[in-house]
Design a protein around this ligand. Sequence first.
Ligand code: TK8
Length: 338
Amino acid sequence: MKSLLIAALAAATLGGSLVAVSAQAADDIRPRMIRFGYGLNEDSNQGRAAKLLAEEVAKASGGKLKMRTFASASLGSDDQMQNALIGGAQEMMVGSTATLVGIAKEMAVWDTPFLFINEKQADHVLDGPVGRQVMDALEAKGMVGLVYWENGFRNLTNNVRPIEKMEDFNGVKLRVMPNPVFIDTFRQMGANAVPLPFSELFTALETKAVDGQENPYNTILSSKFYEVQKYLSVTNHVYSPWIVTASKRWWDGLSKTEQEIIMQAAVKARDAEREDTRAEAREALAAIREHGMQINEVTPEEVARMREKAKPAIQTVIDTVGQPLFDQVQAEIAKAPQ
Ligand code: TK8
């Protein structure tokens, strides 16, 4: 009886303070325009998540925080947008962690070839303390990391030949993300690795400036790479996260309430994005095949050879991020649900 009374009192107090907080919170939200840029098109998993994020931010702020989304690198490549965030000329973006390595070297840990073997591991590590620690390395550089979204496991496409074994990489001019670990990984494999921003990729494939590229199924489909690529070889050689970031200069000027609204919306969009991306990835191979691409699965034996060959690239990661961070990530992976 007594504990019931206490519970009721606690609820009443809590209710009262909640009302007070939300009344105060309303004053704490100022009308603002948030420019949110990204590299893929509106019809991609990235585009759908950006749209949801903008809707959630508008809803939670009573329409005061207006997020305008800019697809297809119309505000610039990942690199250019990052610099705009740092300078305060743009508020927010989403892009690959791999394109942030020049700004925060710790990000290179996610580029370790064959780091995660499934999405559960990725979610566990990225959403846990190490994921946060790596994000926080951005702050000293003028950016704030909010959450990781899923880009996904990466696979190869090219126009020269199906990649069935390592030797098939020989002479293939392969676009990679502008990032030392990716360049190193594919040079180890024997490919001619050419770093290029994503915004230039379709044209580079179309004009045959490069023979191939690597990205998750979702992107191969949404960016219509099947129009300019013949072969898709399934390797799942690395899991690529996207990261939602904000300009620190701008973020620090927001009220706590505004920051919380945006953060919560980014988390909601993350959960929906991962679900959407995984559902799309399950259907994507069939769709890609229908668009005429020839698909081959690289055998486990050949993948094992590639892993072996990629070892020097793993050393590059360790040299870049330091052994302690690399080990912490490994320890977190070991704790991931099976
Ligand atoms: C989008 C890129 C893309 C990435 C790449 O801006 O560059 O290949 O996979 O998602 O960040």
